[in-house]
Design a binder for this molecule. Sequence first.
Ligand code: GDP
Ligand code: IMO
Ligand code: MG
Length: 427
Amino acid sequence: MKNTVVIGAQWGDEGKAKITDLLAEKADMIIRYQGGCNAGHTVVHNGETYKLHIVPSGILYDNKICFIANGTVILPEVFEQETKELKERGVDLSKLKISPLATITMPYHTEVDGWAEDTVKKGKIGSTRKGIGPTYTDKIARCALKVGDLFDEETLLEKIDIILPLKNKILKQVYGLKEYSKDEILELCKKYKAIFEPYICENWQDLLRENKKKNILFEGAQGVMLDVDFGTYPFVTSSNPISGGACTGSGYGPAMIDEVIGVSKAYVTRVGEGPFVTELNDEIGDKIREIGHEFGTTTGRPRRCGWFDAVIAKYAVLVGGLTSMALTKIDVFDDFDEIKICTAYKDTKNGKIYNNYPTDVFIHDRLEPIYETHKGWKQSLSDVKRYQDLPKEAKDYLKRLEEIFEIPISIISVGPDREQTILMKNF
Ligand code: GDP
Ligand code: IMO
Ligand code: MG
């Protein structure tokens, strides 16, 4: 297997975890390199469903190193709950490791996130309320606590002395939120140390060195359109889900990466606020949501649904650095007479046609999708295992998408289970 990055090519929830779990069979190490507990990654294995937020989706195999790397932010309570549940279900966590450089989400981060969600009206993000934005803000502002800090008392005390007065001032004066005493923070840190102790990987440099010649799978969270640099800013997350994030977030350089697989659904979904040109607020959108079970893994919110958007797909191929695409959930269209693909946007104000993705998202509410229509296949694809066994209409639809992407479709997913997959090449 080549070293491969799996990233979302849309607004998240494309089925990255299914693809990661599938490819993990041939990998030696699986790395989660950005994002945090905002992610909700579903793996269906042997008829059992696992919902992961921060633990890499390779964890269901024995003998794979699963590394939560420096670029992630971790909410200790969610990590604790997730590992507890996995252990109770008999999953072996002895190869799960956390970088000391991963950043800790503190209670004040989730409180500030919640405050923003409850208070801001215009320009509200619709975040997952997991403290992601405030934690990454502190990381970049150089006032965050890292997992490694918990393991050296002197460092911890020194860092708290630097961070806490500043944090308390902001918490009180800007947000009107509760201040924290040094004892409270120390007490929390003691608890967090116990949570992370079995997994902390002090010798992460050796880990990266030893695995340099082995097979590495990088598991992205969120998706290109939620990228803080390239997504629908400001309606994005606070990390880099593009493939470049795999390098800054893991400690491996770009020369280590051989392949980048973008994961796209056969349609588009989005949770939270922000522009979505192909959104369907009608019975077709409802039908997609119902058949595709489009409800958030992390928050349970109904996902907004719409037709496949080739404008963002081409953009994701470019800025995501994709070398091939995995197309998921085509089975959701089994009962559709017609399937649409948006090939361009039209500005209703001046008639301008956009073939490229317009990065000024404040004009998106006046953009209208231009569609081409494809005939549905009207039969179940759930059991199809080989490309040649797909109906002609499905093949035509996939060929058209490939033509648009200008990169091959390497994986076709026809159901949630690991087995419900058509591989277009050997991995
Ligand atoms: P992720 O965040 O990208 O890993 O995706 P999620 O796990 O949040 O959401 C994808 C959902 O679609 C999960 O419930 C998967 O089990 C499911 N899924 C993945 N691939 C397919 C597929 O090809 N067909 C169907 N019907 N469901 C799928
Ligand atoms: P996975 O990895 C879908 C969205 C939120 C919100 C925006 C910012 O499962 O694909 P945040 O809490 O990150 O500050 O919220 O990003 N969002 C996701 N949407 N899938 C995800 O992860 C997401 N993680 C964050 O809904 O719009
Ligand atoms: Mg998800």
